[in-house]
Design a binder for this molecule. Structure first.
Ligand code: FES
Length: 164
């Protein structure tokens, strides 16, 4: 259940908007930040606030790569899955991370640390192949660079890898 202060905050924003439905993505992100992902409960609560049917909000939620309808790990790795990164070996990057973490795309490691997902072009094509970790871009990926990033994340230190 949405805590009272958050409910008030969302209601205030929605009632101040001429077109509340335009706030759907913001509402979903806010609920996701609170719950850790957009649970069924959160989806229904969000739809109610926005005056939408849950299915309408579900359709929007599944359109956005960064709205999670299932629990995700502490670190969400989005590997770019678009044209330029394809040319620069995105599949070998996915294969390497999958093997290293023992998960496939769409899965989360047993320790809850990492989730591996694809994402459409994130605009760093000149640094392909690229991934995001919790929204932070890392480019010119190699197995060695991935090792360093993941090791530092596992140690719960912010990654100190130079450049993107
Ligand atoms: S195609 Fe990968 S960042 Fe643009």
């Amino acid at each position: 259940m949405i805590p009272h202060h958050l409910l008030r905050e969302l209601q205030k924003k929605i009632s101040a908007s001429d077109h509340p439905k335009e706030l759907a993505v913001e509402v979903m992100y806010t609920l996701q930040s609170h719950y850790g992902y957009l649970s069924d409960e959160a989806l229904i609560e969000g739809a109610e606030l926005l005056g939408l049917a849950p299915l309408e909000l579900e359709e929007l939620a599944t359109f956005y790569d960064f709205i999670y309808r299932e629990p995700v790990g502490k670190y969400v790795i989005h590997v770019c899955d678009s044209t330029v990164c394809w040319m620069y070996g995105h599949q070998s990057i996915i294969d390497y991370i999958s093997k290293k973490l023992c998960i496939s795309l769409g899965e989360t490691t047993g320790d809850g640390f990492f989730t591996l997902l694809p994402v459409c072009c994130i605009g760093f094509c000149d640094e392909a192949p690229v991934m995001l970790v919790n929204g932070k871009p890392y480019g010119h990926l190699t197995p060695e660079k991935i090792d360093r990033i993941l090791e530092e994340l596992k140690e719960e230190k912010p990654p100190a890898v130079e450049g993107r």
